[in-house]
Design a protein around this ligand. Structure first.
Ligand code: G6P
Length: 370
């Protein structure tokens, strides 16, 4: 069936608004919320295989690589296995130290990205176990790997990934909980709490989306003429700063960089002046004080500060020029929650600048040549 915009001005906007449903579709058949159990037979991994994993290597390009960066935090935190994250085009041209105890996870929306496929084939040759995370049924990668954990985002038409990205995060979160379940690295009560928070997520997104759309439209009006944009965050939200910057540069052509907030003093702080918009993610989590200290440095240099933080946080409004309040959820799921307003910001800025949102110049939906 031909994909249609069903009343939305662009596929990207439609796909942003489809996220509550897409996320639900990605987790619903895989969890038992009553008992806090997960079931992922599609991985093709026995419990014995899972107990034997000594290292995990995540492999991807573009937004899918950002999803991998978030998963590193989750997997190391909850499963306790060392995780490496690699850009597929780098992975394929170096000495790979893989063996049968390594689990390699290529992440690809399309299942057709040339570099990710090439890296996957090298991993297969090395004897490692390979499980793909993919959105397209029967795509090339899914026919070659040992197992595929499908995201059920549905077809994504906009070149800039939105729902496929958040569904990759959901799939990686499920994978984390499942590995923790099999290896016994997380208390079952804790796993149950996490599953309950995941089940709540589509409800939260559905409720918040209309408000974010308006807020981001207002913000976009103010920053539509900006030449540069800096996105900051720490911890599991740091990759979302990268993703927010990527979205903005892809579709609005504003130069944008994502940075780990603590690294700002080693370079980007030199760029801060009265014209420089700096957007930071400051949910109340374990690194909250650290990020606040970093953004105070921005304020001291008169940067234009936009903060996305926790509803009820009385502190951030004092520092920032603009604050967007997000609901307080399980901190582990913040990377998914905080992605969505950043998608809308990029969308609104691009639209106001008259850019071709769904078909940005020089970019392709899937890059099947090297
Ligand atoms: C292209 C797309 C991106 C995507 C990347 C990786 O650059 O424009 O949105 O993240 O490829 O694609 P994949 O299908 O492998 O996830």
């Amino acid at each position: 069936a031909m994909a249609e915009k069903s009343g939305y001005t662009h596929f990207m906007l439609k796909e942003i608004f489809e996220q509550p449903q897409a996320i639900l579709n990605t987790f619903r058949s895989r969890i038992d919320p009553e008992h806090g159990q997960l079931c992922l037979p599609e991985l093709g991994l026995s419990d014995r295989d899972i107990k034997g994993i000594g290292r995990i290597v995540l492999l991807a390009c573009g937004s899918s690589w950002h999803a991998a960066l978030v998963a590193k935090y989750w997997l190391e935190q909850w499963v306790g296995i060392p995780v490496e994250v690699d850009i597929a085009s780098e992975f394929r041209y170096r000495r790979l130290l893989l063996d049968k105890n390594v689990l390699v996870i290529p992440i690809t929306q399309s299942g057709e990205t040339a570099d990710t496929l090439a890296g996957t084939r090298l991993a297969l040759k090395s004897g490692a176990k390979v499980v793909a995370i993919c959105n397209v049924l029967g795509s090339t990668i899914t026919r070659e790997v040992h197992g595929t954990l499908y995201t059920h985002a549905g077809p994504e038409i906009g070149v800039a990934s939105t729902k496929a990205f958040t569904c990759q995060l959901v799939a990686l979160f499920l994978l984390t909980l499942y590995l923790a379940q099999v290896r016994g690295t997380m208390a079952s009560r804790e796993r149950l709490t996490m599953i309950e928070s995941l089940v709540e997520l589509p409800v939260v997104l559905e409720r918040e989306l209309p408000g974010w759309q308006e807020e981001m439209e207002r913000l976009a009006e103010e920053f539509v003429k900006s030449r540069d944009f800096l996105f900051l965050a720490r911890g599991e939200n740091f990759p979302i700063a990268l993703e927010g910057a990527l979205k903005l540069k892809e579709i609005s052509y504003i130069h944008a960089e994502g940075y780990a907030a603590g690294e700002m003093k080693h370079g980007p702080i030199a760029l801060i002046d009265r014209d420089m918009p700096v957007l930071a993610l400051v949910p109340q989590n374990g690194v909250y004080d650290k990020v606040v200290a970093n953004v105070e440095e921005v304020k001291a240099r008169h940067g234009r500060l936009i903060l996305l933080g926790s509803r009820g946080d009385a502190n951030i409004g004092r520092i920032a020029d603009h604050v967007v309040y997000l609901p307080v959820i399980l901190p582990d799921l913040n990377p998914i929650l905080y992605t969505v307003p950043l998608q809308l910001l990029a969308y609104q800025v691009a639209r106001l600048r008259g850019c071709d949102v769904d078909q940005p110049r020089n970019l392709a939906k899937s890059v099947t040549v090297e």
